[in-house]
Design a protein around this ligand. Sequence first.
Ligand SMILES: NC(=O)c1ccc[n+]([C@@H]2O[C@H](COP(=O)([O-])OP(=O)(O)OC[C@H]3O[C@@H](n4cnc5c(N)ncnc54)[C@H](OP(=O)(O)O)[C@@H]3O)[C@@H](O)[C@H]2O)c1
Length: 291
Amino acid sequence: MTRILVTGATGAVGANVIHELRARGADVRAFVRDPRAAAAKLGDVELVPGDFDDPASLRRALHGVDRVYVSAADGPRKVAHETAVIDAAAEEGVDRIVKLSAMHAEESSALPAFRWHGEVEAHLRRSGLAAVVLRPAFFMTNLLMVAGGVAHTGLLHAPTAGRRIAMIDIRDVAAVAAATLVAETLPGRSYDLTGPAAITFADVAAALGDATGRPVRSVDLTEEEARPRFEGADVPDWLGTHLAGVFGVIRAGGFERTTDQVRALTGRPARDISGFARDFAAAFTPQGAPA
Ligand SMILES: NC(=O)c1ccc[n+]([C@@H]2O[C@H](COP(=O)([O-])OP(=O)(O)OC[C@H]3O[C@@H](n4cnc5c(N)ncnc54)[C@H](OP(=O)(O)O)[C@@H]3O)[C@@H](O)[C@H]2O)c1
């Protein structure tokens, strides 16, 4: 049976990849830093302790593995972490890598996370390994970052200039990852992944209003008005720069294109914003949101 190693297994997408692989009856192993915390989050799955900064732990985890899901946290160590997995996988003779990347990944990007993904994709091409690269659009779960504001004010602020975004549910990203990990044969290529429709933040506000039973109104900010929200946010500088840049891409129409890859690769339609809003409604209400 094909054995699959999932890195970033406790991550938001990674935990859903584990869930999807187990639902498909796959032989799964999770690479985790803290087995106790991972067991509480992931349930009954084989756990292999290790750290991307410890190459010996990666080689141990990869022993006897056929396919690998590669995803490390965004941040200044991302390229080092993901290239370490790729190099160890090449040494151990793994026959397929599935890498979680991002739409607009580019080595020359001014947006830190898109640049890091571009650098890892280039490393993967140079490795000669058979690889599938998943390039999802904007995640619906990004909306959770402003859930408290929505819950307490009924307002959804964003500098989108009214443009549409083909946002995607991470559960669909995970389903595609699982499908491409277990597929018997697959052309080595990149897939741009989106939700079923390109929608505005006014559409998002309407869906959140319907799901919570409380009115939600979207307020479009100018780039100038939004700048303090990114610069003043309690996040690392690179993330403030990246988030501001993502909204620049949105205002330029860079997330308006939809693709049918979720359906093509999983056989199921991609989830829409109404389903996301219903499933996460509690986070957008005063009872469920952080103060
Ligand atoms: N947000 C968007 O709109 C969007 C769009 C397209 C693509 N993406 C991409 O999606 C990816 C995010 O995936 P995700 O949400 O699953 O990730 P995540 O929630 O950030 O999780 C990161 C994972 O990496 C693990 N990790 C961190 N440092 C480690 C180390 N030194 N050794 C071993 N494991 C380590 C973490 O384990 P611990 O539990 O031990 O911390 C966790 O499992 C990013 O690459 C992002 O660029 C995002």
